[in-house]
Write a protein that binds this ligand. Structure first.
Ligand code: AGP
Length: 616
């Protein structure tokens, strides 16, 4: 998704804007640009492609100035070209604007502006917004009081349907940076005699320690010695100033070639952080500090709906098994993009839990808002403190996975599953689980990080297997019960970073069609664990072998039959079934990583993908 950075203060803006923009690079984009002010002169530079292309342009055409905005664009309207890159100008260079989000009614607004004599130079919805602000400012007589310009912004945004996070500068207001938010995050950062604006707090690492997270319908104005925040109706606001807690080391790759590999290896420690302070050994249950819902209300919960997108949705599928087994509660798992529009009947005593790493996924945020509109309590399991979903939920549990920079989610998945296990224990102990059973579950969770550390030793084996199969054009992943969601998650991991087509299935589904795909060029990955499903999964495996399909097994139980049948076996620690997903997923994260590398793919920033999908 797009990234926004704004700066005004006493230092040169260019280097600050580029450095901060690089911290947002992981979010995915296809062009970058910057507008800086030196006095009343506006300098506009923008380029398709990587931020490095923009940096080269800045070197060719350096411009002094202590005020500016910069942007990485993930194309929604108009191809990824220089002319469609942000910033976009409004009027006769009355302003330069960058924008995250989608202006849904941009075409009618554009037609009206063209009839008013405005000419456009791009295919973007953002340029329409820039021109609209210029239109309202000029119509009001081009007043040179900051409030005149804020009024023009407010009037323009009131005509917009859709979402936006914007930043703007104008040569008529030297030193000022304007920001506004509706549906797309914006953070106001405080430095020493300087101010920052960003679409993601991560851009402010090393720059600001205090910040305000703008709410929807708010406009801010930053100058080198002042800041103000108001509602669209000009009423002043007294917001909460929050502390930003960045450990710079978290943002460096350290000894790893890629953030994704670093984050795969961080999983044991990240999971320990998810558990820290939440294991109540005295009462053999879990404890949370932020559910913000009365215990009696939680006890009355009769059904749970888990909702999220992508990997978060897959974590929800594991959560379904966890709540059903540990808490004996009916659970439904919904793709947030479907749930927000399906308008399902939601009975009393239902609890909705939104699962998200970024806390900014548009569909999940919309599902949360729709749920709250129905008076249904919503919790969020989120990794980014202060994100929109975390702030708009009634309560929630932070994942404490640390910044997840790689677009392909890894440690957030593990921590979501860990937190869902804690919640299932919590609800189970409120219902039928005995203290002894609760204690056993706590012991199981405590054993997980070391089991993950041991599993990470399989990387070399995963790399060897990757070298045998990285040219395949299709992969199948099969698992049953708790390992079925892992099959889906492993298929997504391979798809999104290696661009190989991959599908995950409940193993028994093979016979209902997918087995037609099996041939000698299509590897089938089977997730195998002992227990009542073992023989059945072995039968499915043999059906694949009988048709000449190569078989890769990730198994917590290896017997002679499996050795005889599987072409490759990665053995993982054997855990209770409900703990197995997080461990069995690791070899397949590593397999996807090495296959992608061998195919020359950009592992941390795969094509077409964004780390946080903040538009529909
Ligand atoms: C996961 O590897 C993907 N990058 C993607 O599916 C992601 O899980 C999805 O977009 C949801 O993001 P969220 O968890 O930040 O809401």
């Amino acid at each position: 998704m797009c990234g926004i950075v704004g700066y005004t203060g006493f230092r040169e803006a260019e280097p600050i804007l580029i450095t901060a923009l690089n911290r947002l690079e992981y979010r995915g984009y296809d062009s970058a640009g910057m507008a800086t002010l030196s006095g009343r002169t506006l300098h506009l530079r923008k380029k398709a492609g990587k931020i490095a292309n923009l940096a080269r342009l800045l070197k060719e055409k350096p411009a002094a100035g202590t005020t500016g905005i910069s942007h990485t664009r993930w194309a929604t309207h108009g191809a990824a070209t220089d002319r469609n890159a942000h910033p976009h100008l409004g009027g006769n260079c009355a302003l330069a604007l960058v924008h995250n989000g989608v202006i849904e009614n941009y075409s009618i607004l554009r037609s009206n502006l063209e009839m008013a004599g405005f000419q456009f130079s791009s295919d973007t919805d953002t340029e329409v917004l820039a021109q609209l602000i210029a239109f309202h400012w000029e119509k009001k007589g081009r007043g040179l009081d900051l409030r005149d310009f804020v009024l023009a912004i407010s009037q323009s945004l009131s005509q917009v349907k859709g979402t936006f996070g914007i930043a703007a500068v104008s040569p008529h207001f030297p030193g000022a940076v304007f920001g506004a938010r509706l549906g797309s995050p914006l953070v106001l950062g405080f430095g020493e005699k300087e101010f920052f604006l960003a679409s993601d707090a991560m851009a402010l690492a090393g720059l600001a320690k205090k910040a305000i997270f703008l709410e929807d319908h708010q406009i801010c104005v930053l100058t080198p010695d002042s800041w103000s925040l108001q509602d669209m109706d000009q009423s002043a606001i007294d917001p909460a100033i929050e502390t930003l807690d960045f450990q710079n080391a978290e943002y460096d790759r350290g000894r790893f070639d890629h953030y994704m590999l670093k984050e795969i290896y961080e999983q044991p420690e990240a999971l320990e952080n998810a558990l820290r302070g939440r294991l109540n050994d005295k009462d053999s249950t879990a404890r949370f500090g932020g559910l913000n819902l009365p215990l009696q209300q939680l006890r009355k919960t009769e059904r749970i709906i888990l909702t999220g997108c992508g990997t978060s949705y897959h974590a929800g599928l594991v959560g379904e098994y966890l709540f059903e087994e540990l808490a004996r509660m009916p659970v439904e798992v919904e793709y947030a993009s479907e749930f927000r529009y399906r308008n399902p009947p939601i009975e009393q005593n239902t609890l909705v839990i939104a699962l998200t790493q970024s806390g900014e996924t548009a569909d999940t945020l919309a599902a949360l808002r729709e749920t709250k509109l129905k008076g249904v309590p919503v919790l969020s399991l989120c990794n980014v403190v202060g994100s929109s979903i975390a702030r708009e939920a009634d309560g929630g549990v932070y994942l404490h996975a640390g910044p997840e920079i790689g677009v392909a989610s890894t440690k957030a998945f593990s921590n979501q599953v860990a937190v869902l296990s804690l919640l299932a224990l919590f609800f189970g102990r409120m219902r039928h689980l005995s203290p002894h059973q609760g204690a056993q579950i706590l012991e199981g969770l405590k054993s997980l990080p070391d089991a993950m550390r041991k599993t990470l030793e399989c990387e070399e084996q995963a790399r060897d297997i990757a070298s045998n199969y990285h040219q395949a054009r299709n992969f199948l992943y099969m698992g049953r019960q708790y390992l079925y969601p892992v099959a889906l998650e492993a298929a997504l991991k391979l798809k999104e970073i290696s661009y190989i087509h991959a599908e995950g299935y409940p193993a028994a589904e093979m016979k209902h069609g997918p087995i037609a795909l099996v041939d000698s060029e299509t590897p089938s990955v089977f997730l195998i664990s002992p227990g009542p499903m073992y023989d059945k999964v072995m039968s499915n495996l043999e059906e694949v072998k009988a048709r000449g399909g190569p078989v890769i097994a990730v198994a917590s139980h290896v017997d002679p039959a499996l050795r005889a049948k599987a072409d490759e076996i990665i053995e993982v620690p054997r855990l209770p079934e409900w703990l197995q997903p997080v461990v069995s997923n690791i070899p397949l994260q590593l397999l996807a990583y090495h296959i992608a590398l061998m195919r020359g793919c950009d592992v941390d920033k795969p094509r077409n993908l964004a780390k946080s999908v903040t538009v529909e």
